[in-house]
Design a protein around this ligand. Structure first.
Ligand code: PMP
Length: 400
């Protein structure tokens, strides 16, 4: 077993060696600009981009013409919200979203509020799931867009996307979902689920960083957008800029592998995750799982450990890469907005750890992490007057 062990796959994933192999020729021999129509270097790059577009489309039940390449899910989320609001201004000025979205949705929504848009931030239950009845009740005559993430990056909860899609369609409102964490983990079907726009990111799925996509429905209804980036008219004028061909090729390959291997990988990773949970629960008391256990990504486990500070636990865990929450917000020392939205008491907010398992984790690594965690937490609890062991195995265990 090699140290350090990486168990933070919600933050990012390593590039799969098969993905890297697919990308390499496009840095050197096949370096053409996909927009150069006058020679074979350009044609070769263009063909590679279109193959990748098809691979990404296939992974979500879309067609190639519905995929716009962006720099990642942050850009896709910005473009989806701002692009729809500006394009459909005559329909209204209200967006419905949730309190547990990624900051790239929440901060875009707040920015739009400053320019006169009204935003409803729906609460979630203690299980971290949005109630579709709350979505229905939030709809007004001004609602243009509903944006609800597919799966959460901190607690892994999977939202009732088919139900929300159906009610968006019934009310003639556009539906966007941020599926950055869901691709390759759960089956996605944009047609069956009435999804109009969807954000994706390659680096959460063993592809390279710096590339993502926005799915944009072409038919029934055809979605239009006001672009944010202007220039040479790439990506049907919706996102100008020379296409990063190697990254796009890598994204296509990563999406293809993710979907082909999803069933077996999800089962294997979920079994490792469940083993980790059982080992921890059996050995430590005062442990609670944050968020629904039934509607959850196969690779996610988020737990609070009574009487200890999550950051201190991580400092004591040498050789293991974990996180207390979202990597994207570590600059802000604030407690996680996702855990706050679950209504957790303050002590559980500060004592949480996120485990994000992945393709290359092993059984041996899970055992090692559980061992190290047990020692680190026991050591901290000895020092801390806050936690008194009851002696009983795992006191209240779950938030559901
Ligand atoms: N949405 C979610 C749910 C995410 O987890 C992330 C990455 N932390 C993003 C959006 C942003 O993706 P990217 O890094 O591709 O900009």
């Amino acid at each position: 077993m090699n140290l350090p062990i990486y168990m933070d796959h919600h933050a990012t994933t390593p590039v799969d060696p098969r993905v890297l192999d697919a990308m390499l020729p496009y840095f050197t021999r096949k370096f053409g600009n996909a927009a150069s129509g006058n020679h074979d270097f350009g044609h070769e790059a263009h063909d590679a981009v279109e193959t990748a577009r098809g691979q990404v489309a296939d992974a979500i039940g879309a067609i190639s013409a519905e995929i716009i390449f962006t720099s990642g899910a942050t850009e896709s989320n910005n473009l989806a919200l701002s692009g729809v609001i500006r394009q459909y201004a005559e329909r209204g000025n209200h967006i419905i979203t949730t309190a547990i979205e990624h900051s790239s949705v929440l901060d875009t929504a707040r920015d739009l509020e400053r320019s006169g848009v009204t935003v409803t931030y729906l609460p979630v239950g203690r299980d971290g799931i949005v109630d579709p009845a709350h979505v229905q009740r939030a709809i007004t005559g001004q609602t243009v867009l509903i944006s609800v993430m597919y799966a959460n990056n901190e607690i892994g909860t999977i939202q009732p996307i088919p139900a929300i899609g159906a009610l968006a369609r019934a009310n003639d409102i556009l539906f966007h979902t941020d599926a950055a964490q869901a691709l390759g983990k759960v089956p996605i079907d944009v047609v069956a689920d009435h999804i109009d726009l969807m954000s994706l990111s390659a680096h959460k799925t063993y592809g390279p960083k710096g590339i993502g996509a926005l799915y944009l429905r072409r038919r029934k209804p055809r979605i239009r957008l006001t672009p944010m980036i202007h220039g040479g008219g790439h990506e049907r004028g919706l996102r100008s800029g020379t296409l990063p061909v190697p990254l796009i090729v890598g994204f296509g390959k990563a999406a293809e592998i993710a979907v082909n291997e999803m069933d077996s990988e999800s089962r294997r990773v979920a079994a490792l995750r469940d083993k980790l949970k059982t080992l921890i629960m059996d050995r430590l008391d005062g442990v609670t799982v944050n968020g629904s256990e039934s509607h959850r990504l196969p690779n996610n486990l988020n737990m609070s450990f009574a009487g200890v500070d999550g950051e201190s636990v991580l400092l004591g865990l040498k050789g293991v890469a974990l996180s207390t929450g979202s990597a994207c917000s570590t600059a802000e020392p604030e407690a996680s907005h996702v855990l706050k939205a679950l209504g957790l008491p303050p002590e559980r907010l500060q004592s949480s750890i996120r485990f994000g398992l992945g393709r290359f984790n092993t059984d041996e690594e899970v055992t090692y992490v559980a061992d190290r965690l047990e020692t680190a937490i026991a050591d901290l609890r000895k020092l801390s007057p806050r936690h008194h062991s009851t002696g009983s195995p795992s006191a209240p265990t779950n938030s559901n």
